[in-house]
Design a protein around this ligand. Structure first.
Ligand code: HEM
Length: 296
């Protein structure tokens, strides 16, 4: 269902979309990469995968920030957006049930109606979760990652010179300035020891991902890694680095980002204004509202 085949089938379309979005910037001196690239690329990719029609995508995009950051936008906006998304999704499910297509939602509906029964609520909440989790994260990863490269010109030059380093560089972007501040809330089922603290059973626990990813015990420089010694002691995702040490990292043979990098990077981009743009003040999201850059 959520198969490698289905995801790989998207690759040429993703490259095309990226190229089209960057083509629009051709000839401009300055562009804001958040609305120009970071947001439209992942929302279109996830909607394409699920089977959400093009005309509905702007609505999904406008509902998402209201749903993920009720702390900023307030409960009324959250409720309005959540109910609108739910109503649209239910209608779309009815449509796909009548007329299935080659997309994830049609497959999920077949599972709902077949032997691997999903309840109607599970089906709608799966769409809801996939659209939101599947693009809000990636959009902020793109924006934060581009900003990290632009503010570390040495690393940018290295990745441009050796596109096979893009994949470990993305891993490092996830660690260095990842898109999620925290995990979802969890409750301890039993007492849990964390360092010299015991969290009793039945406590609400939220893990601070951005803090963990700058943990000086794991990442002594608390910044971009510059040597293998600064890599964390235990292997985990989001730990790669972008400098000389990257040569020691395993770069998977299918390092397709090289294909993207030649077509997808603008000829020249530089932060504008030089100071980093302010992040969206959300409890969950670590992202940027804007990333204005010079393109020449
Ligand atoms: C930069 C990209 C991404 C990051 C950093 C990221 C990060 C995370 C994290 C930290 C969680 C766990 C939250 C928790 O347990 O508290 C999570 C859950 C989830 N993510 Fe992602 N994610 C990314 C991209 C995606 C994409 C592209 C999809 C879908 C296509 C996706 C779908 C999900 C789903 C469905 C869950 C919930 C899983 C569950 O509750 O069982 N994510 N993600």
């Amino acid at each position: 269902m959520f198969t490698r085949r289905r995801v790989e089938k998207l690759a040429p379309g993703i490259q095309q979309m990226t190229g089209d979005l960057l083509d629009v910037l051709d000839g401009q001196d300055v562009a804001d990469l958040v609305p120009a690239l970071a947001v439209p690329l992942p929302i279109n990719v996830i909607c394409e995968l699920i089977g959400i029609p093009t005309e509905a995508r702007p609505d999904f995009r406008s509902w998402t920030p209201l749903i993920v950051s009720p702390d900023i936008h307030g409960f009324e906006d959250y409720q309005r957006a959540a109910l609108s998304m739910l109503a649209y999704t239910r209608g779309l499910i009815e449509e796909k049930r009548r007329e299935p297509r080659d997309d994830l939602l049609s497959d999920l509906i077949a599972a709902r109606d077949g032997e691997h029964m999903l309840s109607e609520d599970e089906l709608t909440s799966m769409v809801y979760l996939l659209v939101i989790a599947g693009h809000e994260t990636t959009a902020h990863l793109i924006a934060n990652g581009v900003r990290a490269l632009l503010t570390h010109p040495g690393r940018l030059a290295l990745v441009r010179e050796r596109p096979e380093l893009l994949e470990p560089a993305i891993e490092e972007m996830l660690r260095y300035d990842g898109p999620l501040q925290n995990t979802m809330p969890y409750w301890t089922a039993e007492p849990v020891e964390v360092g010299d603290v015991t969290i009793p059973a039945g406590e609400l626990v939220i893990m601070a991902l951005t803090a963990a990813n700058r943990d000086p015990a794991q990442f002594p420089a608390a910044t971009c890694s510059t040597s293998p010694a600064r890599r964390p002691r235990t292997p985990r995702s989001g730990t790669a680095c972008t400098t000389a040490s990257a040569r020691h990292l395993r770069v998977p043979k299918r390092a397709s980002p090289s294909a993207c990098s030649s077509t997808a990077t603008p000829p020249c981009a530089w932060p504008f204004p030089p100071a980093p743009s302010p992040g969206a003040p959300s409890l969950l999201i670590n992202g940027l509202d804007a990333l204005p850059v010079h393109l020449r």
